[in-house]
Design a binder for this molecule. Structure first.
Ligand code: PBG
Length: 326
């Protein structure tokens, strides 16, 4: 009788042996926690499409950040929902805007205890619901760049650490970097939504942030999910424009692109596990078809295994809780 030349089961014999050879680990330190703040809100409101996710009034932000920070999560990603929308998205760069207020309040209360990241986009702030400014019936790339730069500078003035452009306008990283540097914010970093795909997985977020386009869709600016090479060009362009962290979005259906980005470039890679990924898990676990924590652990681990250094995830708080217990 011949023996197998190699027995991989030898290193699976006990819990401790398996721990010893465990390659990929998950920690609260891997997470960036999204936070939704809404102007003129009196009390927290639940996001219908995303169980356990809420929109917060400014007054509740400190309490939320305290909880996130106590869980060992190093960073937050702020999204604002303004009261006023107009064609220029002017509430997005208002010094007294909801995001700017949240940033300065968090900075004042938490100093350097948490990394403050903020979304830089227009769709929550424009009456059209598009991520760019409409000019002559088109989403005008270069007009939009000026506005995105203004948003980034206004957030920098409020004390943001990292701005995170998600509008998918060409040249957005270069425009923002230049504007930040000219205003003296050379230390404010940029984490770009480099390869943000035109995804069906964003649907629940649009209920969370009231940012659905009023007409058309986002296919003239977001990357088609059929085009991996184009996604790599987006990443490369952002790197050439001086980005500090690149991001692949969504995460779970895009693990190949996370892995490819990791292989090709020596830059931190973030993955955004988006609202639809969260909602699918929530729905299936509420029906009792899967175990929520176990499946979350597997999904987030797979995103790290693919090569992500950090993950923006709506599971940040719940996963940190079960990781602390295990
Ligand atoms: C808007 C924006 C979207 C998301 C983040 N920023 C929606 C969109 O592009 O329509 C989606 C995030 C998620 O689904 O969790 N620029």
């Amino acid at each position: 009788m011949s023996f197998p030349a190699k027995r991989l089961r030898r290193l699976r014999t006990s819990e401790k042996m398996r721990e010893l050879v465990q390659q990929t680990t998950l920690s609260p330190k891997d997470f960036i926690c999204p936070v939704f703040v809404q102007e003129d809100l009196k009390t927290r409101i639940k996001v219908e499409t995303m169980t356990e996710i809420e929109r917060l009034p400014i007054k509740d932000v400190n309490e939320e950040i305290e909880e996130i920070s106590d869980l060992g999560i190093p960073a937050i990603m702020l999204f604002g929902i303004p009261t006023q929308k107009d064609e220029e998205g002017s509430s997005a760069f208002d010094e007294n805007g909801v995001v700017q207020k949240a940033i300065s309040q968090i900075r004042e209360n938490f100093g350097d205890k948490i990394v403050i990241m903020a979304d830089v986009c227009l769709c929550q702030f424009t009456s059209t619901g598009h991520c760019g400014i409409i000019h002559k019936n088109k989403i005008d790339n270069d007009v939009s760049l000026n506005t995105l730069a203004k948003i980034a500078v206004s957030q920098a003035k409020a004390g943001v650490d990292t701005v995170s452009p998600s509008a998918m306008m060409d040249g957005q990283v270069a425009a923002i970097r230049k504007a930040l540097d000219e205003e003296g914010f050379t230390d404010v970093s940029i984490m770009s939504h480099s390869a943000k795909h035109r995804s069906n997985f964003y649907a629940p977020f649009r209920n969370a942030a009231e940012c659905a386009p009023k007409f058309g869709d986002r296919s003239t600016y977001q990357v088609p999910y059929t085009n991996a090479r184009e996604a790599m060009q987006e990443v490369e362009t952002d790197i050439n424009e001086g980005v500090d962290i690149v991001m692949i979005k969504p995460a779970l259906s895009y693990l190949d692109l996370i892995a490819e980005t990791r292989r090709r470039f020596n830059i931190p890679v973030a993955a955004y596990s988006v609202s639809g990924e969260y909602a699918l898990v929530k729905a299936a676990s509420q029906l009792g078809y899967v175990n929520e924590n176990n499946i979350t652990s597997e999904i987030l681990t797979s995103i790290k295994r693919a090569g992500a250094d950090m993950i923006v995830t709506y599971f940040a708080k719940s996963a940190s809780k079960f990781l602390q217990q295990s």
